[in-house]
Design a protein around this ligand. Structure first.
Ligand code: ATP
Ligand code: MG
Length: 318
């Protein structure tokens, strides 16, 4: 198995005198094949970035395990951990923080090659950087620029060129285009998708935008307050959403852009705080179809081929 995320839970504690537990992820489980794209969609604060950091071994889970090519990520030490760092890469939400502001594009592109201890001759270095830039649709003239001399879209392309030079097997893209205009967003997504397909990279694509996730992904997992509540092939989620929260998300996407997000979360208690309803379905307080049985949390169950849902009313009886 390429990537297996097994019952990952994460709790943070906060407060000085009275420690308060804050559950951010609850038993998140999924797999990813090499070359496949899994889209992870969910509202702000539902735990997407925490999950990304846990998969990469940057944040320890409270419980659960992550396996990359059969090796457990968090317990890996020394050389293996270093090897994982190269084979798994992340592209972050805020492009401006991804590049060193004191380094020219050229140095940022060469840095991974230096880390890999492959330092070709100067001419070869220039050729290599130019090829990388061309691949992401930028000319040689950008090599000598600093990040503040670039637009958000150009920075995100350079970040992708850097990723390309590292040749990762797994890429986590954490809202890579959420800070960009719609037209630039489309170009960057096209480049990301091409790079992924050409290099057979396993991609975990994180976003709160169901439209974007639908375009990029083979499968989609919908997350709500730290839990995956529906998981299916991308087309199926669009055609036959089973969870009332997924339906609400999709309905909000058929509205005008400005209303999208606000409608999707309207009247809902934000954040992953499970509070007194710890044992109930995660959507219990906001679900228009909530019934008595929903006071008991449903498990994620396969209802059709590859279509999983955690909702009592979508699960066939018997
Ligand atoms: N180091 C931390 N300590 C305490 N709480 C944290 C920490 N990191 C994240 N959180 C909390 O965990 C929750 C999930 O945060 P996370 O960044 O994973 O959400 P997200 O789904 O990526 O949101 P967004 O779409 O806005 O990026 C938030 O309530 C956040 O405040
Ligand atoms: Mg995030």
């Amino acid at each position: 198995m390429f990537l297996r995320v097994e019952k990952i839970s994460k709790e943070y504690t906060s407060g000085i005198f009275r420690l308060r537990r804050h559950k951010v992820l609850e038993e998140v489980t999924f797999t990813l094949e090499q070359g496949e794209t899994l889209g992870l969609v969910g509202e702000s604060g539902c735990g997407k970035s925490t999950l990304a950091r846990t998969i990469l071994g940057l944040t320890p889970p409270s419980s659960g395990r992550v396996f990359f090519r059969g090796q457990e990520v968090f317990s890996a030490g020394g050389r293996l951990k270093k090897e994982f760092c190269g084979r798994m890469q992340i592209v972050f939400q805020h492009p401006e923080s991804a590049l060193n502001p004191r380094m020219k594009v050229w140095d940022s592109l060469l840095e991974p090659l230096r880390l890999k201890k492959t330092s070709p001759f100067k001419e070869e270095q220039i050729n290599r950087c130019s090829t990388l830039l061309r691949r992401v649709g930028l000319g040689e003239e950008y090599l000598c620029r600093y990040p503040h001399e670039l637009s958000g879209g150009q920075i995100q392309r350079i970040v992708l060129a850097r990723v390309l030079s590292l040749q990762p097997e797994l890429l986590i893209a954490d809202e890579p285009t959420s800070q960009l205009d719609v037209s630039v967003q489309a170009q960057v997504l096209r480049i990301l998708k091409d790079i992924q397909m050409e290099n057979n990279i396993g991609l975990l694509f994180i976003s709160h935008d169901l439209d974007v996730v639908g375009w990029v992904s083979d499968r989609i997992a919908v997350m709500l307050k730290g839990q995956i509540i529906e998981h299916a092939p991308a087309g199926l989620i669009g055609r036959e959403p089973l969870h009332p929260y997924t339906r609400l998300l999709l309905r909000s996407y058929s509205m005008s852009d400005s209303k999208k997000t606000s409608r999707a979360v309207q009247g809902r208690s934000m954040g992953p705080d499970l509070g007194v309803l710890e044992k109930a379905c995660v959507y219990f307080a906001d679900c228009p179809r909530a019934r008595q049985e929903c006071r008991q949390k449903p498990r994620l169950m396969e209802v059709n081929d590859g279509h999983y849902v955690a909702c009592w009313q979508a699960i066939p009886l018997g």
